[in-house]
Design a protein around this ligand. Structure first.
Ligand SMILES: [Zn+2]
Length: 220
């Protein structure tokens, strides 16, 4: 994909983030890795629902702006940490999806095997400890664990999802928030039952057919 198409893809994903309520106001950020080792990122202080391709900024591997009118998003250092840990990924999406974040606010884990579509595509969804947004702590919080999965909940703050391209990273976010919503409903109605070992084993047998590139999170 050329840079023009990548800029349009980021704006399209931004519209979906905003439309789905995964971010509010000017929250959230999106980036993609370019073949030159630089990055295209959303700037700070802009609604993700109303971005134009020319609003995006070009950033170097130290997180410094190369071109563009806005400032680099303050949370880009967390994106950089993910790119450094995962040479295989091409995009990072950070959002504040309310149900996934709400689960972390009350200490509800989404790492357990409850839903087949999560086991197949993500494995489980780990939660890492809170880190001050826009600080260097954000990058430290996701280092290490992001090598083992494509989706992380940063406690009391948001999600970080990664993928081969920006649509893959976005779709993983959709899956995370949908799982959080389903678990929320289940907990309102009773106690969710985990998938059995044999049910999980059966999913793992077909996993590579449907999600060959997924990095499945397995609790240690
Ligand atoms: Zn954030």
């Amino acid at each position: 994909m050329g840079e023009t198409a990548l800029r349009e893809a980021i704006c399209e994903v931004g519209r979906r983030l905003w439309t789905k309520g995964f971010t509010a106001a000017t929250d959230g950020n999106i980036s993609v890795r370019l073949s030159s080792g630089t990055f295209l990122s959303t700037p700070s202080g802009i609604s993700k629902g109303f971005m134009k391709p020319e609003d995006l900024v070009l950033v170097d591997a130290d997180g410094d702006k190369i071109a563009g009118t806005g400032n680099v998003t303050s949370e880009f250092r967390t994106h950089l940490a993910a790119y450094e840990e995962r040479p295989d990924i091409g995009a990072v999406v950070h959002a504040h999806p309310p149900k996934a974040v709400a689960a972390s606010l009350v200490g509800v884990s989404l790492a357990e095997p409850l839903l087949p579509e999560v086991v197949l595509a993500i494995g489980g969804i780990p939660t890492v400890p809170y880190a001050t947004p826009a600080s260097a702590e954000g990058g430290k919080a996701i280092r290490g664990i992001i090598r083992r999965c494509d989706a992380v909940i940063i406690a009391k703050h948001g999600t970080l999802t990664v993928g081969r391209d920006v649509f893959a990273a976005y779709l993983t976010l959709e899956k995370v928030e949908h799982a959080a919503e389903t678990v929320l409903w289940a907990k309102l109605m009773g106690t969710p039952e985990q998938l059995s070992a044999s049910e999980i084993e059966a999913l793992h047998r077909i996993q590579r057919t449907y999600f060959p590139e997924a990095r499945l999170f397995q609790p240690e």
